[in-house]
Design a protein around this ligand. Structure first.
Ligand code: CO
Length: 240
């Protein structure tokens, strides 16, 4: 990944770094937040992993090991499937799934979150966010079902991977993972649609003090947070 942008907000005592595989106006990126003086966080049990597509998982794992990274699952085919994956952990304990795939415009390709009711979550992301159910796979042998939700095919776009573990209705969300961000042409309309479809608006739509970028934020039926950011305002923010 490349460091795309860094900003320090001393008044609020935090620093952000944005990292990804391409410019923020056309790529999904990771936003890292450092709060002054806070050394560690509880990741909880609900957050799963970020997915990264690479052409050679084994080679990538070797490189990560050489640099002192932690590999929590050695490269190999997924249980009951053919695609080759591996899992690694960053220094803060965030898990990353490496997925073997051909060249893709968006290597940062998944955010996996656990949910307590898969049909409820699918319906929410379809109706409130306008996402499409791209794929659903039940794995009774290991007692879980996953649903891939997104705005375009999995091999070209970042997607949300929702996991339902049989019988688990709730997870501890910890205090580390915060949210995903999605752009929109109209934060006011977005907030209205979210409200109509059972989402909870946690930040009313409107401009952010100081920056003037219009945003709205909500939580899904499981309590996972999403921020919607006005397209044009965001591009202006990037130019500054
Ligand atoms: Co995954």
């Amino acid at each position: 990944m490349k460091l795309l942008r860094k900003r320090d907000i001393p008044e609020e005592r935090y620093t952000n770094a944005f990292l990804g595989y391409g410019p923020e106006d056309s790529h999904f990126v990771v936003e890292l937040t450092y709060n002054y003086g806070v050394e560690s966080y509880d990741i909880g049990t609900g957050f799963g992993h970020f997915g990264i597509a690479v052409d050679d998982v084994a080679k990538t794992v070797d490189l990560i090991k050489a640099k002192g990274g932690t590999v929590t699952r050695e490269p190999g085919p997924v249980k009951g499937g053919k695609s080759v994956i591996a899992f690694i952990e960053d220094p803060d304990g965030y898990k990353f799934e490496l997925i073997e795939r051909g060249p893709t415009p968006e290597p940062l390709c998944q955010v996996m979150l656990r949910v307590g009711d898969l049909d409820r979550a699918i319906s929410f992301y379809e109706k409130a966010f306008g996402m499409e159910l791209l794929r659903k796979r039940d794995n009774p042998e290991y007692k879980y079902t996953i649903a891939m939700m997104g705005y375009g095919p999995e091999d070209k776009n970042a997607v949300l991977e929702l996991t339902y573990n049989y019988g688990v209705k709730e997870y501890d969300k910890g205090n580390a993972y915060a949210q995903i961000a999605i752009s929109t042409d109209d934060v006011y309309k977005t907030a209205e649609v979210i409200r109509l479809n059972g989402g909870q608006i946690t930040r009313e739509p409107g401009p952010l003090p100081g920056i003037n970028t219009k945003i709205t934020a909500c939580t899904d039926p499981d309590g996972w947070k999403t921020v919607f950011v006005d397209n044009i305002d965001f591009l202006k923010e990037l130019e500054e």
